[in-house]
Ligand binder design. Structure first.
Ligand SMILES: Cc1cc2c(cc1C)N(C[C@H](O)[C@H](O)[C@H](O)COP(=O)(O)OP(=O)(O)OC[C@H]1O[C@@H](n3cnc4c(N)ncnc43)[C@H](O)[C@@H]1O)c1[nH]c(=O)[nH]c(=O)c1N2
Ligand SMILES: CC(C)CC(=O)C(=O)O
Ligand SMILES: [Mn+2]
Length: 492
């Protein structure tokens, strides 16, 4: 079996594409992209949805009136189309829609919305841009979806401190557009143009994690509205220091909390200078094992990780490119395509970020949906994890596309399956379970970046241990005693 991979020294990432009915060559990948399925195009498997509300009409009317007093009539909706859009994300999880969607304009309004919901014991689900991969926005109990996208201010930009504070409506691309003229950027880049506060909520990462880390390492402070309406600043109001040892790290308690502990109404982020020179490359390997091994050699060969990413001066970039190119060639790579110009690099990385849509385009159909696993293992175990996974896919003759952030030990298997077929649905469930089991056996995690949501909570005790999970439950109870914040997610 032949595999191809694309790799960028800038991003230290490898994409593996399995050659079932999927093109193994990069041009074909780009062609598939023309059949791009846009976010928010709901697979028909999700067009049906569960009605979860426990309201009677009178209570619902009272709730609507009280929320309307807080946000004003243009910022509240009970239209089915709006509710449907807010009861799902980009994952395979079935839509469950809210009774009401509200669009607060500022932190005070979020706080008042939380007070009304707590008073009426109604569930609240934060909504960012709905690009999540674990069903985080699904409204298991109906209730209120709180869409934060209309809070879209860049509040404090401290250029000299490499720091910026953004509201939930600011997406990663919008922020980078804003910063570009000053030679700064925020590098954490999930494929989707997600909201930065949503990225904090899921502890997202992306292609740049080897060099810059994940959201955990890049959030300095958060403004959070708790379920009872209390507004806190996790590191203290206005603070944006590079480091702090003061008190418990509340910032990292909320990073990755997936809307179960409170609403993130602003995030203060660390910024970086845009490097002078960047080089990207694409090449192919005949065997996935060789590709993984080559990446491991690059990481282990003594070249500092920052330089492996090919950031730096033109000369340094050339030297690093040559070292890495040699290692890859020795491992059997062929067909190198180098890209140094901005437009060519953008083309390559756009294709990488849109891989999910290219995969979806290979099997169109009214009931076809995708399920993407997201395990992460210690780098030393990556070859074993991937080769065993490959064998599983071959044994079961199931189209599964392996792609990954190989420098982090994090890889995805994207399955396309027919939700109308019991056999396919069960097989995908079984194989994705095996992938997680294997990762846990190798001391890995069930989710490197997509979050726990619905799908991974069953693995949490095994991964974190019963006492840790019990402590998590106590923290949840302390912050959300009535269990109103995004119920049914994260904790088993
Ligand atoms: C094509 C493609 C490619 C990728 C990805 C998606 C897609 C469609 N993702 C997944 C996704 O983009 C990522 O999880 C984002 O962080 C989700 O941000 P949203 O704003 O869309 O959150 P979304 O609205 O989907 O919500 C996600 C969760 O966070 C909560 N939440 C959102 N905003 C909140 C707020 N302000 N306060 C509190 N809770 C909030 C929600 O309640 C929910 O539980 C990803 N991810 C990744 O890490 N790496 C990757 O490589 C990719 N790649
Ligand atoms: C569905 C996933 C494959 C999206 C993702 O995390 C990625 O493209 O890296
Ligand atoms: Mn990913």
């Amino acid at each position: 079996m032949r595999f191809s991979f694309s790799w960028s020294t800038r991003h230290q990432q490898v994409i593996f594409k399995q050659r079932f009915n999927f093109s193994s060559n990069f041009n074909n990948l780009n062609r598939s992209l023309n059949a791009h399925i846009k976010p928010f195009s709901l697979p028909s498997s999700q067009r049906s949805f569960s009605k979860t509300s426990s309201f009677n009409n009178i209570d619902l009317q009272i709730l609507k009136e009280r929320l309307c007093e807080v946000v004003g009539p243009p910022n509240i909706s009970t239209a089915e189309s709006t509710r449907l859009q807010h009861g799902k994300d980009e994952s395979h999880h079935r839509a469950q829609i809210p009774d009401i969607v509200v669009f607060p304009s500022n932190t005070q309004e979020v706080s008042e919305v939380a007070k009304v919901c707590t008073d009426m014991k109604v569930t609240m689900v934060p909504f960012g841009t709905g690009t999540g991969m674990e069903g985080g926005c699904v409204c298991t109990h109906g209730g209120v979806s709180v869409d934060l996208s209309r809070m879209a201010e860049i509040r404090e930009y401290q250029q000299a401190d490499f720091s910026v504070c953004v509201e939930p409506g600011v997406t990663r691309l919008a922020l980078n557009e804003y910063l570009r003229g000053d030679g700064l950027w925020f590098p954490v880049d999930p494929g989707a143009d997600a909201s930065l506060c949503g990225m904090a909520a899921t502890s997202a990462s992306g292609t740049n994690a080897v060099r810059y880390g994940t959201m955990r390492e890049n959030v300095r402070n958060l403004e959070v509205v708790l379920s009872d309406g209390t507004i806190i600043h996790t590191a203290g109001q206005g603070r944006h220091t590079v480091k702090s040892s003061a008190g418990y790290n509340l910032t990292n308690l909320f990073v990755g909390s997936e809307g179960t502990l409170g609403f993130i109404t602003s995030a203060t982020l660390k910024l970086y200078g845009i490097p002078d020179t960047m080089t990207s490359a694409v090449c192919q390997f005949d065997e996935v094992e060789r590709a993984v091994t080559a990446v491991l050699h690059v990481l282990q060969c003594g070249v500092a990780v920052a330089r492996i990413e090919f950031h730096g001066s033109e000369k340094q970039t050339e030297e690093d490119a040559s070292v890495v190119g040699d290692i890859f060639a020795d491992a059997g790579a062929s067909g190198f395509q180098w890209a140094s110009s901005l437009s060519e690099r953008n083309r390559l990385w756009k294709a990488r970020h849109d891989t999910l849509y290219a995969i979806l385009a290979t099997r169109p159909g009214p009931q076809i949906t995708q399920l993407s696993t997201d395990v992460c293992v210690p780098i030393s175990q990556l070859t074993k994890a991937i080769t065993d996974t490959e064998k599983d896919l071959e044994d079961h003759k199931l189209p599964g596309y392996i792609l990954g952030h190989v420098g982090d030990g994090n890889y995805h298997v994207t399955f396309l399956y027919d939700t109308g077929s019991e056999t396919e649905t069960q097989l995908v469930g079984k194989l994705s379970e095996r992938i997680v089991e294997r990762a846990l056996e190798l001391n890995g995690t069930c989710t490197g970046e997509h979050g726990t949501g619905f799908g991974k909570k069953k693995y949490l005790v095994r991964e974190a241990g019963p006492d840790s999970v019990s402590l998590m439950k106590q923290i949840k109870h302390l912050l959300d005693p009535h269990g109103l914040m995004n119920p049914g997610k994260v904790l088993p």
